[in-house]
Design a protein around this ligand. Structure first.
Ligand code: SF4
Length: 485
């Protein structure tokens, strides 16, 4: 019998929900809204088994909790899939109780990186959640929807049986094979490239990383090895977007896209053979950028690289096991500038060993690099990482797993030398040093090729400045007033 599946990004805030990143879209400079392609891959697997799938991104569609309740009543789903993040899981998982209140027979399934760590505890706290999927979600959903196996036979899930919570073994496949995404369920017009306002699709290119960075969950989520998809499958997916929706702008999602130069070169060769041009953005490690690879990706349509640098202090670089030297980073960013590739640079402040001097080094370094978009995240100890264990085992660092506190733009944890309050002030100082500096804008102007692009960029930066600096300040003043009176 055909089952109806509702897959949703809940109305609990705009987050990047398709990867380990999970940043808040409104409160982080270096990210923009992305299509729920993760749900589309899952829906592809479920629909292949003869089921009906509906995808709704409540946050992107600006729909409310009430709208979601109405949908649950009107659509009568058999299954509801909830996309969670570490920063919103409490609100996200409230959807499960809402489903059960409407129809106790709805099977609720949540997916997200939060289920890597103490999933049993989460299942105990959220009793309306029936099944949690930790990783390799397309496989798990394929098997659940096929209904030929018992839950006990499906890997990477946590489920309830006769009042017990059972966690099945974890498994990461050797190869990354994804189903054809159900892209007809995505409202493509909602997801735009910020500088050109053109529709932009996301395609998962790879998963996993063999990096040892102590704060990163990529090796846990995607495996401790970079796995790329088969090139011809990605090319078919590009064609699917282009021929059906005219989309030729892409975000190529991978924990680190520029890792294996040989794969990247072969992929770019195939892109160049297409009978239409595409533009794209991807991720890279600074120490894997070379002039050779930049000219190849540029020729294939790459316009931007998203690069995690994290700290301007080489001592911190070693402690966090990122191990980037300043000269390597400077050289990489200079090469990007020479190839006219836009750089989105990511820094983190608030590592346990950070003091005022190391953070000032980071701010100075960020300004010196002259990236086109710069973000300073509050260091967030993600459960499951080495950094999380460091925070957990040192009372001075004041760890909190409360998702209202744990966020990349706010913190209640300190470092060994700084309080949370001092960190918050330093982050503001860092953002101001970049975004209130006229030279920053003068540098980025060189990449603008049209008046409309100028207007779009100005709109994007103003919106972010309003959300991050002004709106946040108003909210904080209101909280302060409430506390006073
Ligand atoms: S290189 Fe990047 S993706 Fe890999 S572990 Fe480090 S931060 Fe994570």
């Amino acid at each position: 019998m055909i089952k109806k599946w509702l897959l949703l990004n809940p109305p609990t805030g705009k987050y990047i929900r398709d990867t380990r990143c999970q940043a808040s879209v409104d409160e982080i400079f270096a990210v923009s809204e992305r299509a729920p392609v993760d749900l589309a891959y899952i829906a592809g697997a479920i629909a292949n088994n003869g089921n009906e799938c509906i995808i709704i991104d409540y946050s992107a569609e600006k729909l409310s909790w009430l709208d979601m309740l109405n949908d649950l009543k009107i659509l009568h789903p058999d299954y509801v899939v909830i996309n969670t993040t570490m920063f919103s899981y409490a609100d996200d998982l409230a959807v499960c109780s809402a489903c059960k209140d409407i129809n106790n027979n709805i099977i609720t399934i949540a997916k997200g990186a939060i289920f890597f760590y103490e999933p049993l505890m989460i299942m105990r706290n959220y009793v309306a959640l029936d099944i949690a999927v930790a990783h390799e979600e397309e496989n798990a959903f394929n098997e659940i929807s096929l209904n030929t196996k018992t839950l006990s036979e499906i890997r990477n899930i946590i489920y309830r049986e006769k009042g017990n919570i059972i966690k099945n073994p974890s498994h990461i496949n050797a190869e990354l094979i994804l189903p054809t995404p159900l892209i007809q369920q995505i409202k493509h017009e909602l997801y735009k490239r910020p500088d050109t306002d053109e529709m932009q699709a996301s395609i998962t290119i790879g998963r996993g990383c063999s990096g040892k960075c102590i704060y990163c969950i990529a090796p846990l989520v995607g495996g401790a090895k970079v796995r790329y998809r088969a090139i011809h499958e990605v090319i078919e997916e590009i064609k699917l977007y282009y021929y059906n929706y005219g989309i030729n702008n892409f975000y190529f999602s991978a924990d680190t896209f520029i890792w294996n130069h040989d794969w990247v070169k072969r992929f770019c060769e195939e892109i160049c053979k297409l009978d239409f041009k595409i533009s794209w953005l991807c991720t890279a490690r600074a120490d894997l950028i070379s002039s050779d690879i930049l000219s190849i990706i540029k020729d294939a349509g790459c316009w931007g690289l998203s690069i995690g640098i994290e700290s301007g202090s080489e001592t911190i670089q070693k402690l966090i096991k990122k191990n980037l030297s300043k000269s390597t980073v400077e050289n990489a960013i200079k090469l990007c500038r020479n190839h006219k590739i836009v750089t989105l640079l990511h820094f983190m402040i608030g590592f346990p060993w950070d003091n005022e001097n190391t953070i000032k080094d980071t701010i100075r370094f960020a300004n010196k690099l002259k990236g086109n978009i710069v973000e300073f995240y509050m260091t967030t100890p993600m459960p499951g990482t080495e950094l999380y264990e460091i925070f957990k085992n040192d009372d001075r660092l004041k760890l909190s797993l409360d998702d209202k506190v744990m966020n990349q733009n706010k913190t209640e944890s300190g470092t060994l030398y700084l309080t949370a309050n001092q960190l918050t002030k330093l982050r503001k100082k860092a953002l101001r040093s970049v975004y209130l500096n006229p030279f920053f804008y003068a540098n980025s102007l060189k990449y603008i090729t049209s008046f409309s692009q100028l207007i779009n960029c100005a709109r994007f930066i103003c919106k972010k400045l309003y959300n991050i600096v002004i709106k946040k300040q108003i909210t904080e003043s209101k909280v302060l007033c409430k506390k006073k009176f």
